[in-house]
Design a binder for this molecule. Structure first.
Ligand SMILES: [Zn+2]
Length: 112
C-alpha cells in the first residue's frame, strides 16, 4: 500500500512549495457580490451567487498573485482602487443578467 506514496510525491510539485497562486479578483468579487446582490433585491441563493461570480470573473481581468501558504491575500485594500470600482461595476452588470435569467434549480425554486 504505502509504496505508492513514493511515486506520487514527485508529481504534485506545484502544490508542494511554500506559495500558492491565487486570483485576488475572485476574493474581491466574493466580498462584493453578496452586498451588491442584496442591494439589487435579487435571489441570493448559492447558485445565483456562483452565476454572478462566474459572469463577473469572465468579464474582468484576473489579478493573480503569489502568496505564502497560509497567509491570506494581504492586498485587500485593492478593493478601494480603480480595479475594485471596475469589479463592482461588473458585479452590478452580472446581477442584472442573472436576475433576469436565474439559472438556479428551477424545480426547487419556482414553487416558492
Ligand atoms: Zn437563485
Amino acid at each position: 500500500m504505502e509504496k505508492h506514496l513514493y511515486t506520487s510525491s514527485s508529481h504534485s510539485k506545484t502544490e508542494g512549495g511554500n506559495t500558492v497562486l491565487h486570483n485576488v479578483a475572485e476574493d474581491i468579487v466574493r466580498l462584493k457580490v453578496a452586498k451588491i446582490m442584496e442591494d439589487s433585491h435579487m435571489c441570493t441563493c448559492p447558485d445565483c451567487i456562483n452565476d454572478v461570480m462566474a459572469l463577473t470573473l469572465n468579464n474582468v481581468p484576473p489579478l493573480y498573485t503569489v502568496t505564502e501558504k497560509g497567509k491570506l491575500f494581504q492586498k485587500l485594500n485593492t478593493c478601494e482602487t480603480q480595479y475594485g470600482t471596475d469589479l463592482a461595476k461588473e458585479v452590478t452588470k452580472a446581477c442584472l443578467v442573472v436576475a433576469k435569467n436565474p439559472n438556479h434549480n428551477e424545480g426547487n425554486k419556482e414553487q416558492a
